[in-house]
Ligand binder design. Sequence first.
Ligand code: FAD
Length: 473
Amino acid sequence: MAPDDHYDLSSALGKIAILRGSAEYETRRKVWNDTIDRYPSMICACKTTADVQRVIAQVSQLGSAVSVRGGGHNIAGTAVGEDLVMLDLSDMRQVTVNAENRRAWVAGGATFADIDAATQEHGLAVAGGVVSSTGVGGLTLGGGIGWLARRHGLSIDNLLSAKVVLADGQSVEVSDSQNTDLFWALRGGGGNFGVVTAFEFRAHPVGPNVTFGPTFFDLENAETVLRSYAQHSNNLTRNACVWANLMTAPPTPALPAQWHGQKVLILMQFHTGTLKQAQADLAPLYGGVQPLGCALAVRPYMEAQSFLDNAYAFGARNYWRTHNHIELTSDLISMLVNLASKLPTPESELLICQLGGAVQDLSADATAFAHRDVSFISTPGVRWHDAGQDAEMIRWLKHASSRIAAHAAPGAYVNFIAEEDGVSAAYQHHLDRLRGIKHRYDPNNMFRVNQNITPAPPRGSHGPTQRTHNKGD
Ligand code: FAD
C-alpha cells in the first residue's frame, strides 16, 4: 500500500487502526504458527459489524485486499498478509445462547472456549474442534471436525444462518432462505466470500460430563491396534469418536515412567455415554492388545474440550500436510508405524482424525465441503522451535507426506493445508460453482488471503441474480 493511502486510511479509521511500531501491533500480528512472520500495513481492531463495514468500505476504494483474523490458528497463516490491512476480529467474542430453542449466536472472532463456556451453562454444546483456542470463524468456514462430528455433523452442518460483510461493505444475512448461494459457499469455501461477523448455530444437549481420555500402546503393537481401529471404526456408535496419534509419549502419570519419551500409539477417545458403555464400545478397537496405560475417565465436557490445549499451544514452529482416506489399508498402517519411529522432534506426530457417522448423512453437494465420503484424515505434523531447523523439518515432513499420499484418496481438508496452493484439492468438484459465487460477491478478489478461489463468471451466466440486503445496510 502506498504511504499516502496508508496515512489517509488510518486517519479515516481513527482509533481502531493500529500501526506498526506499537506493542499492540506486535501482539496482534502474531499467529499460532511461528514460521509466519508477516507485517500487515495496518491492523484494524474491529469491535462491531459497523467497524468491519467501515474498514471494508475504505479499503475497497483503494482496490486493495484485506486479511481477516479470527483465532489466528491457520497453519498457512492466512489471518495475516504482508503489507495488507488486517481485520482483527479477536475482540468480537460474544456468545448468546437461547437454551429453549437450542441456538447459539456467536460473534465472528470467538474461540471454541467462548462457545463451550456459554453453551455448557445450559447443558448444550456446538459441534466444533478439539483445541479450545481455535477460532470459530476459520474452523467453521472450512467445515469443522471434532469430537461431536460423528454424532451431530460438522460445524457447518449445524450452522443455521450468518451475518456477512461483503466486499462492497454491505452486511447481509445468509441462511436456507436468504442468499442461499452464499450460504452454500460459506459452508466449506473458507473465508473467500466476506467477513462473517455472527454465526447462528444449532446446539445439542451434551454433558456436563462425558467419557474422555487417551489409551497408550507400545509401538511394537501399534500395527495390530491400528488394523483393529481401521476395521471397527466405521461401525462405532455415533456417541464415540476416536483419533489415533503416533507420537512421543508425554510424562503423564497414566503411563509407567519407563515409557515417557518413547514412541507410542495413542487412541484419544471421546464418548458421550458412561465409562462402562465407553469401555464396551471402544474395546474392539484395541484388537486384543493390552494397553501400556489408560486415562479414559468421566470428565466435564469442558475439560475434554481443552485437554489438548497445552500440547498445541501458541509459540512453536509448525508444518503439516493432510491426506484424505476412505480406508486405512494395511500397507498404509505399516508405513505410518515405520515413519513414527523416525519422527524428528518430540512434539512431532502422525495424527489420524476420524469422520464418518453424521458427517455422511448429508449429500456430497449439500454444502461446499467436498469430503463427506472420507472416513479418516491423516495429518502428519512437525513441530520445532529453532528457525535454523526449518528446511530440515519441512523436508522430513514433505518426504513422509509423499509416502502417505500414495495411499490416500483425492482431496485435502482446507483447514489443514499448510501452503497457499491447495485450491483444487480443497474444493474439488465444487470449485467451478464456488468460482461463480465468488465472482458474484467478490469480483475483485478482496478476500484473497486464504486457499483462494479466483472469481470467474458461472458458465452460461446471464448476469447477476438478485441478492437480499438487510434493512438499513
Ligand atoms: P485464522 O488464522 O484467524 O483464520 C483462518 C482463515 O479463516 C483465514 O483465511 C481467515 O481470513 C478466515 N476467517 C477467520 N474468521 C473469519 C470470519 N469471521 N469471517 C471470514 N473469514 C474468517 N480444524 C478442525 O476442523 N478441527 C479441529 O479439531 C482443529 N484443531 C486444530 C488445532 C490446532 C492447534 C490448530 C492450529 C488448528 C486446528 N484446526 C482444526 C484447523 C483450524 O480449523 C484452522 O486452522 C482454521 O483456519 C482456524 O481458524 P481461526 O479462525 O483460528 O484461524
